[in-house]
Design a protein around this ligand. Sequence first.
Ligand SMILES: *Cc1c(COP(=O)(O)O)cnc(C)c1O
Length: 435
Amino acid sequence: MVEENHGARYERSHFAFEKAKASIPGGVNSPVRAFRAVGGDPVYFSHGNGAYVWDIDGNRYVDYMLSWGPLIAGHAHPRVVSAVQEQAAKGTSFGAPTLIETELAEEIKKIFPSMDLVRMVNSGTEATMSALRLARAYTGRSKIVKFEGCYHGHADSFLIRAGSGVATLSLPDSPGVPGDLAALTLTIPYNDVDALRMLFEAHGDNIAGVIVEPVAGNMGMVVPDGGFLQAVREITRAYEAVLIFDEVMTGFRVHLGGAQALFGITPDLTTLGKVIGGGLPVGAYGGRREIMELVAPLGPVYQAGTLSGNPLAMAAGLETLRLIQEDGVYEAFTKKGQALTQGFRSFAEKRSIPVQTTQLGSMFGTFFASEPVRNYDTAKKADGERYRHYFHAMLEAGVYLAPSQLESGFLSLAHDDEVITFTLEAMEKAFQQVH
Ligand SMILES: *Cc1c(COP(=O)(O)O)cnc(C)c1O
């Protein structure tokens, strides 16, 4: 069995974590960073370059976590770094309009034609929270439907059956969230069209909208069944409820134009984040003009932000979007993603270990599970103990994976063939230690 990451090799990270725990809750600023699902101490990073990160003990890793998705250009891409440096020298925030905000909004609209108007915020959480308020204002209804295992940030209304981070810690549904508010969030299993139809038959007149990760990435990567998103679109349209695609993770990842381009479904509102900030804090929401025109100052729905449209973040995001629109980018992602998931399956098969994989564009999922993962219940059946062994064996071998099986893996432009070959060799070694 693989040892957790203790000992000399991780000594500085160990002490850094002990010190942090005295000043920061649990030593971390976001729960899943604490390694609770895999055991051991979190690794402290000192720097990154391309596909690689280095920890403060000097160990190098190929990074498939990539800051949980944003770093599609890789760490410290020279063009992103100079865009940020140039902007920083001119000022970091104005709280007044700048040209670059419009440039990024135009770029987003070009890639996501369903978004007639786009409002920038500072995180994915803010984006989904604002989209929900807007859906309620537009319809004059109060209930919202979400799918079990989908994560839409940590706003009160979404912390109900919210997938990975919450599941990993086994928190009760959501302490601190008023019961009266939680009661407005209706949850049903992912990929379950019948449940959605029944919910609308019972509550249709009170449902403001449906929010969905069109490819789920926060219970591991789970793909929609054929026809699922189509049915969600038809049902919401029939009941005049707002369909919100939360593409904070899938945007620019499963396809340049997100899941909506990949599956050809047009939502009413879309939320973005992660990639559009190029590694700086950004979120955005947008969609049909008629709905977005309700947002202040055009309309009465209030939503604001001191740092919204921050020029450093806009610069990093814009340069990142330019980089991923170069020729052949998504073909290369698909090829590399397939090489990794095929490798994973074949090493598992040699040892008779049941696994499942998913992959689209620059996102992939690996589960130690014997049945296909279609929803949160099947995702939770994946073997956490096996993942724990695998995770630590990969860490030893120089590959940094998400510290929980119920997360997605990510590729960047910098994950070249050499990096993939290195990873496959590490995987083969790691599987020797998985029981
Ligand atoms: C990450 C994520 C969020 C939350 O974004 P933050 O920037 O962490 O607030 C919302 N929705 C989805 C689908 C996400 O993956």
